[in-house]
Design a protein around this ligand. Structure first.
Ligand code: GLA
Length: 386
């Protein structure tokens, strides 16, 4: 059924117009686990995402309902906004409301309906898409889409994740969802938050998302563990380095010789070499060298597997199987790892065979049915004009 009808069934018919919004998921082409190490990342927004509908109310309540989850949330704008475990997904929205109020934005009472099409826990950033969506909807009560400060929006989403939900993630996901453009990859310097768009037409090739359908179970504890290992490696390098580095991406491969702890050496080696691969990959993409670009994706995966150790059996298997199939020029895990999704670059005329073969061979080895779909590179969060 049409979402507008559903909205009116839930909230009633009102004279206040209903506005429609869309916030995409993301995949990262290359530059993994370096957004919290001051590195470059190269993500894109995808065609799957979350729909949001909103109209104003005549009181001071923000009412939120999702068609994907049972709980309904009501926030009174005159009262303190607190995290409550039982509010589930609604906490992402509550965090956004809390921080917008703290920052002095004059929010109005409204009804909001959410309908997502992103698989949860698959590493396509459904939570960042939700934070950015709610932030964008609420800011658009008083500003046009062009007026909304996209860097503020991204930082707001990250603040919710870090300070309200309690997940210590970097800025990449919220930043690309706030700023992405169709058929462009976003080369973001996570230290300065300056960025550049790189045309990404992938002539003759398509991006395939390969969901291992293995949930990212250990993701948040292992994620925090990796962050600590990186901080500790940086500290040790700085004890002997002549000039102080502010983050690992300011260090060079030569600095690795200052590390004698095997784990820290491996983590730092991934971070430093991955940052170099992003810079190189951006150049290749600008020159439309898709095969060269694909080769870097493979190197990135191997580094995440052997040095950063965030892949696991399912991700390694799906990438390995993908690389055996004709027409595939590169594949790697994307996002935090420990399950979730990988991506592959595949010649357009080989896609059907690729999907069939990878699904079959991955199932044989893991006994899990994967989901493979072709994706396109799309705009970031936006308001839909009818
Ligand atoms: C998650 C985090 C990001 C980033 C990636 C790994 O998606 O939210 O900030 O660290 O993992 O690159």
């Amino acid at each position: 059924m049409d979402l507008i009808n559903t909205f009116q069934e839930i909230y009633g018919v009102s004279k206040n117009p209903i506005q429609r919004f869309f916030s995409p998921g993301r995949i990262n082409l290359i530059g993994e686990h370096i957004d919290y190490n001051g590195g470059y990342v190269l993500p894109v927004a995808i065609n799957l995402g979350i729909n949001g509908l909103m109209n104003l109310r005549d009181d001071n309540l923000i009412c939120l309902k999702s068609l994907d989850f049972p709980n309904e949330i009501k926030v009174d704008l005159n009262k303190e906004v607190d995290y409550r475990k039982e509010d589930g997904w609604g906490n992402y929205a509550k965090g956004v409301i809390k921080f917008l109020l703290e920052d002095g934005f004059p929010l109005k009472g409204c009804n909001i309906l959410i309908k997502g099409e992103l698989p949860n826990g698959a590493g396509l950033s459904s939570s960042a898409a939700l934070e950015v969506l709610i932030g964008f909807m609420l800011l658009s009560q008083n500003q046009s889409a062009e007026e909304i400060d996209r860097t503020y929006l991204a930082l707001l989403g990250q603040r919710v994740e870090n300070k309200f939900i309690g997940v210590n993630s970097g800025i990449m996901d919220q930043f690309v969802i706030s700023n992405a453009k169709k058929d462009q990859a976003l080369l973001l310097d996570t230290q300065s938050l300056t960025y550049e768009y790189i045309p990404c037409h992938l002539d003759g090739y398509s991006l395939i998302i390969m969901n291992t359908n293995k949930r990212r179970e250990l993701a948040s504890s292992q994620y925090n563990q990796r962050r600590k290992e990186c901080e500790s490696a940086l500290e040790k390098i700085n004890q002997v380095r002549k000039t102080r580095a502010h983050n690992l991406c300011q260090c060079s491969v030569k600095d690795l010789e200052f590390l004698d702890n095997e784990i820290e050496l491996k983590r730092a080696r991934h971070v430093i070499t991955e940052n170099q691969r992003v810079i190189q990959a951006s150049k290749l993409l600008k020159n439309n060298d898709i095969e060269g670009f694909g080769a870097l994706l493979i190197q990135s995966h191997n580094s995440l597997k052997n040095d950063y150790e965030v892949t696991g059996f399912e991700l390694d298997t799906i990438v390995e199987e993908a690389l055996k199939i004709k027409g595939c020029v590169g594949a790697r895990m994307t996002g935090a790892g420990f399950g979730g999704c990988a991506i592959a670059l595949v010649e357009k005329n080989q896609i059907k065979n690729f999907k069939d073969q990878v699904s079959k061979n991955y199932y044989e080895k893991t006994k899990i049915e994967p989901s493979l779909y072709e994706t396109t590179i799309e705009d970031g969060v936006k308001i839909l004009k009818k």
